[in-house]
Design a protein around this ligand. Structure first.
Ligand code: CDP
Length: 246
């Protein structure tokens, strides 16, 4: 890595300029936050687990036909990725009602959504990520109608790919959040990360939570075990060799 020039510091990742102009180096940290960053703890091994899980999930999504930012996982915690012009929209896909949607609307907890529900929130901490609609997004100038339609189409495709991927390892994909950006030609690319930090994952048999919700509920001592469970089910020995993990 040349200059280690920090471009952006997020809540759980730091983004540095890459060797090439159009590349970035993303470092996954162990930090975990909840409540708009009101609570912050360091969770041992989280950066390691999430970086490898994210690389593996992005590979599977690419195989499914959706372009991602991933170029390569250089080593655990360190990912080379395409530099993107980030679209400040959190695209949330829900297969089952829980979390903020049941606090805001009269859906009963654990009601399945058929078809899945796509929600877009404005990514802005100052305004606490308010829910968008197409007109508001266009008026804010953050996306065109064509781009909004594309985000929705891609998010549903990612949902189908991930639902199957998790089902195969005995996990229900309840909901998740993804972010997109544009490459230098204006193509919309899946960016940021996908990991147990950004998904709700339930064990298919026990319905035990295997994601960040444990942290939101203050069960800090269960978080890393849950992430490890997802890791052990998804990352094969072959993957471990590829990602240079002992
Ligand atoms: O209940 P909560 O306020 O955490 O959020 P939600 O809207 O129910 O979250 C839906 C899904 O998006 C969950 O899988 C969250 O983990 C994820 N999410 C996220 O990763 N980052 C956010 N800023 C908001 C939601």
């Amino acid at each position: 890595m040349n200059s280690e020039k920090l471009l952006y510091e997020g809540k759980a990742k730091s983004v540095f300029q890459g060797e090439k102009d159009d590349e970035v180096i993303i470092k996954f940290r162990d930090d975990m936050t909840a409540g708009d960053g009101a609570r912050k703890e360091s969770m041992g091994q989280k950066g390691y687990l999430n970086s490898i899980l994210c690389a593996k999930i992005f590979e599977i999504i690419e195989e499914g036909g959706v372009k991602t930012q991933l170029i390569e996982l250089n080593e655990p915690c360190v990912m080379t990725a395409m530099k993107l012009d980030v679209i400040p929209i959190e695209v949330i896909v829900r297969n089952i009602a829980t979390g903020s949607i049941i606090r805001k609307f009269p859906f009963e907890d654990k009601t399945p959504f058929n078809p899945p529900l796509v929600q877009m929130d404005f990514k802005d901490d100052e305004f606490h990520d308010p829910m968008l609609n197409d007109d508001i997004a266009k008026a804010l100038g953050i996306a065109t109608q064509e781009e909004l339609d594309k985000l929705r189409e891609l998010a549903l495709k990612v949902n189908e790919i991930m639902k199957k991927m998790f089902k195969d390892i005995g996990i229900i994909l309840v909901d998740f959040k993804i972010e997109f950006g544009k490459d230098k030609d204006g193509n919309i690319i899946l960016g940021d990360e996908i990991s147990p930090d950004s998904c709700r994952l339930w064990d298919s048999e026990t319905l035990d939570m295997l994601d960040k919700e444990l942290f939101r509920q203050g069960k800090d001592d269960e978080v890393i075990d849950a992430y490890e469970e997802v890791f052990n089910r998804l990352v094969s020995d072959e993957d471990k060799a590829k990602f240079s993990i002992q």
